[in-house]
Every structure is written in C-alpha cells, then in structure tokens.
Design a protein around this ligand. Sequence first.
Ligand SMILES: [Zn+2]
Length: 334
Amino acid sequence: MGSRCIIKALLGIGLLTGTLAPPATAALPVITSRGKNYVPLSSMAPYYTMQVSEPARNRVRLQNRWYTLDFETNSRRCRVNGTLMWLNRPTRRISGKWAVEKVDFYQVIDPALRPYAFLAKAGSKMVVLDPGHGGRDNGAVSPRRVFEKLLTLDIAKRVRNRLQTRGITVKLTRESDRALSLSGRCKKAAGWNADVFVSLHADSAGKAKSAKGAGTFVLSLPGCYSTGSYGRGKPPSTAYEGNRFNAANTALGYRIQQNLVKNTGQTDRGVKRARFQVLREAPCPAALVEVAFLSNPKEEAMLIDPAKREQIAHGIADGIAAYLYDVERGREMK
Ligand SMILES: [Zn+2]
C-alpha cells in the first residue's frame, strides 16, 4: 500500500476527514414515486454513519460525532452543520419514509458534506472577485445614501488583501467606480483562467425594513426552480455554462455562507439558487454573495462601519480559502 493508498484508506474510515466517507461511487437505494426518484433519510444515515432522530415535530436529524443534517419536513430548508442549504424540493414522506429528491442528495447535500469527493478536477490557482455594479449603475442605495457599488468594491479589496496574505492569487473585475457589463465580468474571469468567481452584492428589500441577513447564491440546476420562484410555472431545463460546475458551485457556496455567518453572526439566509447572468456565464465554479440588506437600518449601520466590512471580508475570504482547501484534498484523494 503506497502512501496515497494509505491516505485514501484513512479518508475512507474517517480518520483524516472527521467523517466516515464512503467512496464517491457508492449509490444509495432510491424509491420512486410518480416518476421521481427519492433518497430516504433512513438510507442516507448509514451512508454517512449517522443516527436518525426526530428532535422536534417537523424535524428529522441525521447526526454522527462530527456532522449534523437537520431536515424540516415538508420544507425545502435543510441545515448542514448549522448552515442553511435550500433544497430544490421539500423533504417529503414517500411510502412511509421521509425522503429528499435524488437531485438534492447528489447536488446539494453530498457536495456540501463531502466537497473533496467532487473537486478532484477543480482548479485552485486564480480567484476572481467581482464587485457588483459600478459607474452609472449604483446598485441599491440606502436611506443614508450608501451606494452598493462602492460597498462591493471596498469589500472586494478587503477580501483580496486577506487572500493575498495567504498566498492566493486574486484579481478584481473592476478596481474603480466604473461600469462593466455582466458578460464583460465573466469574460474577464475567463481570460484570466479563473478557478473561482465570486460576485459581491448588497441586498435591498425597498421599504421592507425588517429584511435582514446574509445569503449566497449559486446557479439553479436544470429542470429545478430557483429558490425564490419555487412552484411558479415550469422550471427551465436549460443547462448553462455554469451548470458544468454544479457540485463545485454548491461546495463553494456552502463554504462562503458557512464562514460569512460564522464571522459576522448575521441571520443565515442560506445557500440559495438563482439564474443570475454572472452565474450562468461563469467560466468556473461561482457564487454571488448578498452580504447584508442596505434597506435595513441596523445592517446599513453595520455596512457603514469599516470594522464590520472587514469582518464580512474576513468571512468571505475564509470561505474561499476553505473551498480551495477542499480542492486540494480532492486532488490528494484522486
Ligand atoms: Zn447588486
């Protein structure tokens, strides 16, 4: 057994990873209902060597020493080690068993829990940060006239500094307050052979002042709804450029959201899915972060404070670094 095989064996029994990790090829039994395939939570549990419990009404928990999966029944909300991951479809009772659709297991849960198993071919050399808006396009403007376009640029530079001190190569799609098309941003990233693309934004809910928190978007899956338009019409089946990286998108989004919320203590709005143009056209694994709400007075105050912006940048940089570490682990296991 060579050293690589030993590493593989250790990973297989969880000594290095902190989990019992079966090979990526292991297939779980599915149950079929009305033409759709579901993975029962009771089958997922042995796969991860987890115990199943129902800690509260409408909750199913899968847990081992290291990891916890919390499912809300008849809901798309699922927490992976405490971080909210929106499922494509609700956890349902199928043939007497709580189950998620196969796509949610393979494209959402497993890439978040075992990212290294999906990232053997992913790159880790070049991070491109994309400060949203710019020039004439102010983005959201808060009641105290804080401009999204300036915030995103400030935070992007802070994230860059933090990544560079770790020896990571970073480029920004814009360095100043200037206009740049959405396609232009992705083309720049492609020209630089980006391995990671992260677009930065701040949200606004208009007059709804109570909306708050941080959220991270990754590209919707073909044939699945975007998180915010669940159940409306028929979801498009189109596969975009960005859909070549589905599992890596999930892994990246999860790491960013997990670290952003951990560093700032903000409300966790979760890893969501949308068909934003920069995500559709991204030439590599990509995420779009909505750092906070400019329309919420408390969050506006937070965004005005440079120390808080540094905290946000810290979280995003940690998230990107964690993803790059997952990529390295994926390569070692290959
Ligand atoms: Zn924006």
